[in-house]
Design a protein around this ligand. Structure first.
Ligand SMILES: Cc1cc2nc3c(=O)[nH]c(=O)nc-3n(C[C@H](O)[C@H](O)[C@H](O)COP(=O)(O)O)c2cc1C
Length: 327
């Protein structure tokens, strides 16, 4: 397989870890990386938050050597504000790629004119993205959707326009804004888009199995594939996609012991990054995924998602699973 380059950044592989607000922390990215992630993205970061020196926003800028190459994803609605934020993050953060969020459907973001609302303003967007590309010393990538709704699919027009602005890779989440995160992604709407672009295309949408990844890449001509929800508690999905792309066998399904050890490793890293109180709230939502599909674990999943209050509570449950299964 040929090496994919984003600007001058070389990628070792084809699987991109998709940005997910509240999930793709540095701890999560570092944890997922050894499973075969070629490129990771931070969760979306507000350009205004950067400008106002918001402490929480600044915490999203953290990267590590393990994590790289990594893209920081900004969202904004105003050219001057975004350019200002780019100048600040270039000083404060170690990263490789700048991504612009043009696909977020969340009302709080869309109502300001940021995220997916840009897709309805192509002329303004062109002006904005030209300014972003000019301001960034790092390669710029962008993430879009098919269009606002099924009656206003404009992905081809937007893709060509963004390519003309000088972005170095495009991700398409093959759903409309109106679909949110449900409904079937429409890869046919962008059949062969990757072949008609001079920059790499990354495809996103319901990548829950290696088969789904291969199929989405084949239909769309994308050279890269983005794993988002499918990777939650399921890190070997990334290895399996890489294996299939390299003509190798998928791994045997992970054992409960492997899954629990990974859950422990990730929990420890998130607690170290965020502190116990915040990390435990986030782990309530994330750790149950590690036990999906294991018969008899429904109660344990519920207990983790509702009852854990401290790291001792969590580690007691996870070590209990290990002890019972190692007997
Ligand atoms: C909880 C959650 C948070 C997300 N946050 C972001 C984000 O910050 N930036 C972004 O571009 N996409 C975000 N996404 C979209 C994902 O990156 C991905 O494109 C989408 O989930 C489709 O892929 P999937 O169906 O395989 O999960 C988010 C998705 C989820 C479920």
């Amino acid at each position: 397989m040929t090496m994919i380059k984003i600007g001058d950044i070389e990628l070792k592989g084809r699987v991109v870890l998709g940005p997910m607000a509240g999930v793709t922390t540095l701890a999560y990215r570092d944890f997922m990386k050894p499973f075969g992630v070629a490129l990771s993205y931070s969760e979306m970061i507000s350009d205004c938050g950067i400008d106002y020196k918001n402490r929480k926003t600044y915490s999203y800028l953290a990267t590590s050597n393990v994590d790289r190459p990594v893209g920081l994803q900004l969202f904004g609605f105003d050219k001057e504000k975004t350019v200002k934020a780019i100048k600040i993050i270039e000083e404060k953060a170690d990263y490789d790629i700048l991504d612009i969020n043009l696909g977020c459907p969340v009302f709080k973001v869309v109502k300001t004119g940021a995220g997916s609302s840009w897709l309805s303003r192509p002329a303004e967007l062109e002006d904005y993205m030209k300014a972003v590309v000019a301001a960034s010393s790092k390669p710029v990538t962008a993430k879009i959707r098919l269009g606002k709704d099924s009656n206003s699919i404009n992905v081809w027009e937007i893709a060509k326009m963004l390519e003309g602005c000088g972005i170095k890779m495009l991700t398409v989440h093959a759903r409309t804004v109106a679909q949110g995160y449900s409904g079937v992604p429409d890869f046919e709407a962008i059949r062969d888009l990757g072949k008609s672009l001079s920059i790499p295309l990354c495809i996103s949408g319901d990548i829950f199995t290696a088969d789904a990844a291969i199929k989405a890449m084949e239909i769309t001509g994308a050279e890269l594939v983005m794993v988002a929800r499918g990777g939650l508690g399921n890190p070997t999905l990334i290895t399996n996609i890489n294996n299939r792309l390299e003509g190798k066998e998928e791994l045997p399904a992970p054992t409960i012991i492997e899954q629990t050890e990974w859950a422990l490793k990730f929990s420890e890293a998130l607690i170290a990054e965020k502190g116990e109180r915040v990390a435990i709230m986030e782990l309530r939502g994330l750790i149950p995924h590690f036990f999906n599909g294991f018969p008899g674990y429904k109660k344990i999943r519920a207990e983790i998602s509702v009852n854990i209050k401290t790291k001792e509570d969590l580690f007691r449950i996870l070590n209990g699973i290990l002890n019972r299964n190692r007997l």
